[in-house]
Design a protein around this ligand. Sequence first.
Ligand SMILES: [Zn+2]
Length: 196
Amino acid sequence: MQILKKDRKLCPGCGLFDDICICHLIHKTALKTRITLLIHVKEIRRLTNTGRIAGICLENSSVIIRGQKDVVNKMEDILPDGYAHRILFPFASEELSPEMNYIEGKPINLIIPDGTWSQAKKIVISENYFHSIKRVRLPPDAPSSYHLRKSDNIQHISTIEAIARALGIIENPEIRLDLERVFFEMRARLIQLRGY
Ligand SMILES: [Zn+2]
């Protein structure tokens, strides 16, 4: 994608170029659910990465950057105490449902591997502690309105759309609408920048 230009500055808030910044649209949303995003270091630097934007929008969320040289991710950052952990993964046998907002008396920590199918698969098989965590999938929904990239994302929708849909089920429909509003604006600005 030919949208990086040397003479433009990146906004330190949203990571988009200054002239297409969407920070003014972002209001931190409080959550009972914890969202833990696992993003590869190469992926987070991409302008079209929507997981990073979701992390900025959500209060009880954590963006864990994978694949950094000499940095070992701490298990307690990915699997904090006080939560029931689940990984959002396609083809999981269990479907996400409203009852999953509390499991065994605990709120859910929804772990979301960001990136392509092979990147996400690598992440969940890379650490032994992931092997015992149950996986959940999103129920069928409308096709993605994601047109920033060719369909390479593991969920076949952008990461922020996957998070929006998940939180729409286990938290409330307004959170989904809020995140989708931010995503649509981001997409519109990037499409405008790209010139088609
Ligand atoms: Zn910004």
